[in-house]
Design a protein. Structure first.
Lengths: 99, 437
């Protein structure tokens, strides 16, 4: 099972996306957990994650977060983020993880 | 145009670079720790001073003259230790972000702050009382000193531990025990340094570092942030950064929140003595002006854009994005519209996205300056509180009405720009429909 963590400034706007990504995962039969948290909780929340995705508005935090974690830290596609396109986000995640 | 774009990119890079320095990250992370405390303190402060005429008299007649001593005690134990929490939070995160022992760093910084601050207070008759920690300097007035001490102490502590200038324990000694010894040498150095600073300043100026920094640095900074130009720069930067797709409030308020909070808490004192007005020296620019009047509905007050789109949009894209974004928008979250429309690097939206918040600032600043709206105090509410409700809690009926006026104006300003964008989208949609058929 994959552990996917989404992060933005306060974990608020990514929490809108979480529901949609979960829905997409259910439809695709992809075995994973998906949660959203504020970016400054990266260490506590994402220690054992398989992948961390940052909202595009906090993309400047990528380097700092990556330094703390072993898993890949990538940026969510802007258009997919704005349109709350859970399917596209999940497809990107699967591609990145090679699933 | 090319050179302009290059300049803008350089400007963005510089801001991102500055805001990701160790010091600013620690400042941002550390000051956030004060949020729950000020929010809780706010509730008690609000109950002690509801913005309703005759409330105080009514409570006094119903519950006796001492009705509010409990409420004021809580306000005094939260706002009045703002600097202590700040120094602890910043030193903690400075070390922790470097994967070192945050708690030891925080405790040493707290001691250092107490060493360089006053340990006596004068009574009204001028008599000195020793053996106290005066709340005068542990609250908002000590905030800038707390930031400086938190950063220096955190940096020195981290440096010593990283360079292994510590007392080393043999293998097999438990981690907790070893850590407590590791903190000894850096702690000694930091506290000895603080002692020297205290003694020199006490003997040569009969003052303390906290007091000198307050008078020489914090007051000028607060006055600068309190001017209309100060407000304008903050507002402009937040919009410009978000237009480039970067979280403007996170970056700008990371630096400005402590100063604006100090402005707000300074207003508490005036509130408690019943003299809360600009004429009596109250500050206008507080976090609430930015959070609840200049960027409600999300940065750029895009709620206005969404309402304009719901009324008049014809393209499918504009219609669907506004439907999708309006509920989060009511709770002041607007990433869907920022990245979905998008507003990011969209030339149609640059002008209103910058203009609307400035309009909000002018109206709010003006209303406070001429006394229609009471200056805001330490009373803060979660930033996700919907507009109109937040205005009412913070500023009574005038607060709600001013937010309503700003919202209506933002719809009107966004409308022509939305229509222009909508027209382009309609044309594109027609074109792609032709291609398919």
């Amino acid at each position: 099972m994959r552990k996917i963590i989404l992060m933005c400034n306060a974990g608020m706007s990514t929490s809108i996306l979480v529901g949609k990504v979960r829905e997409a995962a259910k439809n695709m039969g992809y075995d994973c957990t998906i949660d959203a948290y504020p970016v400054n909780e990266a260490e506590e929340r994402a220690k054992d994650a398989d992948i961390v995705l940052l909202g595009p508005q906090v993309r400047f935090e990528q380097k700092r977060i990556q330094a703390k974690l072993d898993c890949p830290v990538s940026i969510i596609d802007m258009a997919a983020y704005g349109m709350v396109n859970g399917k596209k986000v999940l497809e990107d995640i699967k591609k990145e993880l090679g699933d | 145009m090319q050179t302009f774009k290059k300049m803008f990119d350089n400007f963005l890079n510089a801001i991102v670079k500055i805001s990701s320095t160790k010091a600013l990250v620690a400042l941002k992370d550390g000051f956030v720790l004060t949020m729950p405390i000020t929010l809780i303190g706010s509730l008690f402060l609000l109950l002690a001073n509801l913005p309703i005429n005759g409330y105080g008299k009514f409570m006094e007649n119903t519950f006796g003259a001492n009705w509010n001593i409990g409420l004021n005690q809580v306000a005094g134990a939260t706002f009045d230790i703002l600097a202590l929490i700040t120094v602890i939070g910043i030193a903690y995160f400075y070390a922790k972000n470097e994967n070192e022992d945050g708690i030891s760093s925080a405790i040493i910084a707290l001691v250092s702050f107490l060493v360089i601050s006053a340990s006596s207070t004068a009574t009204e008759s001028g008599e000195l009382v020793g053996g106290v920690i005066p709340k005068t300097w542990t609250g908002a007035q000590g905030v800038i000193t707390a930031i400086i001490i938190g950063l220096i102490s955190g940096a020195v502590f981290t440096y010593f531990v990283k360079k292994k200038i510590t007392i080393k324990m043999p293998k097999g000694v438990p981690d907790g025990v070893a850590n407590s010894f590791a903190a000894l040498i850096p702690g000694l150095v930091i506290i000895l340094g603080s002692m020297i600073v205290y003694q020199v300043i006490k003997i040569s100026f009969d003052s303390t570092l906290t007091e000198l920094i307050f008078k020489g640095l914090q007051i000028p900074l607060q006055n600068l942030s309190d001017s209309f130009v100060g407000g304008l720069v903050i507002t402009l930067l937040i919009s410009l950064l978000f237009w480039a797709g970067l979280h403007g409030p996170n970056i700008v308020m990371g630096v400005m929140a402590p100063i604006l909070t100090a402005n707000a808490v300074a207003n508490n004192t005036l509130l408690q003595s019943g003299k809360l007005s600009v004429a009596e020296g109250a500050h206008i620019m507080t976090p609430q002006v930015i959070d609840n009047f200049v960027k409600f509905g999300g940065t750029g007050i895009t709620l206005g854009l969404l309402i304009a789109a719901l009324i008049a949009a014809k393209s499918n894209q504009m219609k669907s994005i506004s439907k999708l974004s309006v509920v989060p928008g009511i709770f002041n979250i607007n990433e869907p519209v920022i990245f979905g429309l998008p507003i990011v690097y969209n030339p149609f939206m640059l002008v209103p996205f910058i203009l609307v918040p400035i309009m909000g600032l002018i109206i709010t600043y003006g209303a406070i300056a001429i006394g229609i709206l009471t200056p805001f105090t330490g009373v803060q509410i979660p930033w996700t509180t919907p507009p109109i409700i937040s205005g009412f809690i913070l500023g009574g009926f005038s607060g709600a009405i001013i937010q309503a006026i700003i919202l209506v104006l933002s719809v009107l300003i966004y409308l022509p720009f939305m229509k222009k964008q909508d027209k382009v989208l309609v044309e594109n949609e027609a074109k792609s429909a032709e291609l398919i058929s």
